[in-house]
Ligand binder design. Sequence first.
Ligand code: GLV
Length: 332
Amino acid sequence: MSDTLQAKPAILVARSVFEPVLDKLRVHFDVQATPTGVVWSEAQLIEQLQGKVGVLTAGGDRIGPAVLAACPQLRIAANLAVGYNNFDLDAMSAAGVLATNAPDVLTETTADFGMALLLATARRLTESEHFLRAGRWKEWSLDFFVGAEVHGSTLGILGMGRIGQAIARRAAHGFGMPVVYHNRSRLDADTEAACRARYVSKAELLAQADHLMLVLPYSAANHHAIAATELAQMKPTATLVNIARGGIVDENALVDALKAGRLAAAGIDVFEGEPQVNPALLTVPNVVLTPHIASATVPTRLAMATLAADNLIAYLTEGRAITPLNPQVIGR
Ligand code: GLV
């Protein structure tokens, strides 16, 4: 009897995910689940991946030439995130390994957080809360924690994909903010009208924004897209919010600008060396720092993990994918 049973293909879930997602995967696969809190180094990931045909990854799990060469049985890596700068897509395609990400399901939640971080930063929410918790609140005065106006002020958005557009709609319709944006390519007129957003050059964006929101994908070309030169072009009263990827901002230049009063405040959810945080950032009072949580609501994180699991199931059982990044690999 056991001779007639086919062994299920083996997969690795490289980050802890919700139990219902593991149960769904277990119907089809022999699942090796990673315990909560464990993050594999590249060498450990290679070890864990031996004999596995699929892997569910998070943004810190790099799938590049070393992993691909050492794991020839691997056929698919499904990312839990929409951003996929942890994938070397060219190397994966050359090795015939399908890459998938988790777009759409986190768009609105991430846009909510973008607005939350903007509001918290401009209105000095955490700085004033720390003051209160420290027992330093003795009296009220007119200039007490005065911040920057959000409603009616100009929002600049760098990177106008799905999340950028969702932020623009919130800002324009909900907060009456004029929205300017810069993107690799200009949006069509209908989308611009729906977002009430005006296309400008990057230089105009930097100069006009009262608040600048970074929502562009990370690539080598975008490395330190906001560095000393760009910060110098912004209004000294401006707020910078980064919910994209850490490497997009030169953190040392940002700290210098904040300390010198060349920028009013910054809200940062993503860090260049995360989970390590540049210690200089921790010394600046006018920053709000959060640990990469823009998509962190229970329904959205469940939807992200479910989409990644569905990609694994679709590809490994039916040879198709829901959100492929290198579809040319399919059927090869
Ligand atoms: C989170 O940063 C994501 O890319 O989904």
